[in-house]
Design a protein around this ligand. Structure first.
Ligand code: AMP
Length: 502
């Protein structure tokens, strides 16, 4: 994909970063250098390379450089802390771990536990810590690095998703998954080489990586790289660089709605705003149309399948609906017994197609449980309306979505329960106007002095990503339980509603 686009548009701008333009030819050279540097450290076909890096050019160079070697990219959410950082490199059996000045401090915290990692690379202008390599100082060969031959079903990336059992699962995405999906998206979103896209999504997530980055490289378009999203800055960049496409999560659209005087920015080139990763409230869709004059195109996807369903660019965009299945994706809704549900009846959304992952890395049981006859069980609930549009109504899985980032209660409950003053913990998602949802915990203390809320939050923050850390914790005497002993989370949600505390 990359090499074909470089041949077509060698001198075209691929990316603008901090005001500097990078052509496709430069991208190709940087990717060759990255591949050559990794090869010198012994990276071979099938090896795993962890990228714990924010949105910076080296992420892109190392991503494609790893793929050139037939090796596997393992992107890691930069907000992940000790627990996740110790787990992902070990579970993926990664040989190389790449980070930068920011990530190094957290990586260092977890370092004792990074089992199979043989080499760490730091992207930084400063001298590297004694047992790591500086990315910039690693030698590379001057000529173009030849890509190794790969097959469509070889794994390109393992992307970790939050797991129901409190342990993340690595979704194995193949070269076929990525290329077939981006082919569909380019068709449905009318994406071409003339498009210039503002990238404000993190590239460690499938939305930023498999949709935005791959989409730009596939079509030969350009991107303007933002290190981290800021609404007013996004509008400024769109205006300055005449961007015409933006893809974001609902929280970003809520933030854009809060910008004062948005029309002072030149948005006249914009043609497409896309939202996904969490439900887009109908109110946000309507207010955005009113304030900015655009109907947001909502789409639905997930780490395991990349994108599945999208509202059309030409045709009706229905507020509250995620749209129609992509060309190479089959979707069906099944009832409790697994039979296809009649139209308009709510059931679990099942997905099949060349976009669906190979399975979870080293988790055969979890893989088996998630497929029925090659249909992937999404764990999301929805129905099909009379026009064939799909509406998502809820989730079968107990997942919480905070600004598009996912957490399962079990992971947070486990961390809280490890605190010596905690006897039991239960976590639920409560609604939040800006973030969609946030994490709320209930704790039954051990006998003796009960822990303070601050103490418990501090404990979680040390171990977990900040979005997983509860925003509030209520101490209670006993957990509400069913006769069989299961915690009644609905009763906890009721407690929240009746309380004056958030
Ligand atoms: P992730 O693996 O982080 O991409 O999360 C995938 C999950 O995000 C899906 O299973 C859904 O629960 C949720 N999701 C993604 N897009 C949407 C959407 N447009 N509306 C509602 N939920 C969504």
């Amino acid at each position: 994909m990359l090499e074909r686009t470089v041949d077509r548009f060698p001198n075209k701008t691929f990316m603008i970063v901090k005001g500097q333009a990078v052509t496709y030819q430069t991208l190709a050279s940087e990717v060759s250098r990255a591949a050559s540097r990794l090869a010198r450290l012994g990276v071979k076909q099938g090896d795993r390379v962890c990228l714990y890096l924010g949105n910076r050019p080296e992420f892109i160079y190392l991503h494609f450089g790893t793929l050139k070697l037939g090796a596997i990219v393992v992107p890691i959410n930069v907000t992940y802390r000790r627990r996740e950082l110790a787990y992902i490199p070990e579970n993926s059996g990664a040989k190389i771990f790449v980070t930068d000045d920011f990530g190094w401090q957290y990586f260092f915290d977890a370092k004792g536990e990074l089992g199979s990692v043989q080499h760490t690379i730091i992207v930084s202008d400063k001298p590297p810590p004694h047992d790591s390599y500086s990315y910039n100082q690693l030698p590379y060969q001057q000529t173009t690095f030849e890509s190794v031959s790969i097959k469509p079903d070889d794994i390109a990336a393992i992307i970790y998703t939050s797991g129901t059992t409190g342990r993340s699962k690595g979704a194995m995405l193949t070269h076929r998954n990525f290329t077939s999906n981006i082919h569909d998206l380019a068709q449905v979103w009318k994406w071409t080489s003339s498009d210039r896209l503002l990238l404000g999504l993190p590239m460690f997530h499938v939305h930023g990586l498999g949709v935005v980055l791959h989409g730009v490289v596939y079509t030969g378009g350009s991107l303007v790289l933002m290190e981290r999203f800021d609404a007013a800055r996004a509008l400024q960049l769109i205006s300055e660089h005449r961007c015409n496409v933006f893809m974001g999560v609902p929280t970003m659209y809520s933030m854009l709605l809060e910008v004062e005087e948005p029309l002072k920015y030149d948005l006249s080139h914009m043609r497409l705003f896309v939202s996904g990763s969490a439900p887009l409230p109908v109110k946000v869709f309507r207010n955005f149309k009113e304030k900015y004059g655009f109907e947001i195109v909502e789409r639905y996807g997930m780490t395991e399948t990349i994108m599945n369903i999208s509202n059309p660019v030409e045709g009706t965009r229905k507020p509250g609906s995620v749209g129609l299945p992509l060309p190479n994706v089959q979707v069906k809704i099944v009832d409790q017994t697994g039979k296809t549900a009649p139209s308009k009846e709510v059931g679990e959304i099942m997905v099949k197609g060349s976009n669906v992952m190979k399975g979870y890395w080293n988790m055969e049981d979890a893989t088996r449980e998630t497929f029925v006859d090659k249909w992937f069980k999404t764990g999301d609930l929805g129905y099909v309306d009379d026009d064939g549009y799909i509406l998502i109504t809820g989730r079968k899985k107990e997942m919480i979505i905070i600004s598009g980032f996912k957490v399962y209660p079990r992971e947070v409950e486990d961390v809280l329960s490890e605190h010596p003053k905690v006897k039991e913990a239960a976590v639920i998602g409560v609604s939040d106007q800006l973030k969609g949802e946030r994490v709320k915990a209930f704790v039954v203390p051990q006998p003796g002095t009960p822990p303070s809320e601050e103490e418990l939050i501090k404990h979680c923050r040390k171990i977990l990503a900040s979005f997983k850390t509860p925003s509030s914790i209520t101490i209670i005497d006993t957990m509400p339980r069913t006769a069989s002993g299961k915690i009644i989370k609905g009763a906890l949600a009721e407690l929240t509603k009746n309380s004056t505390k958030p």
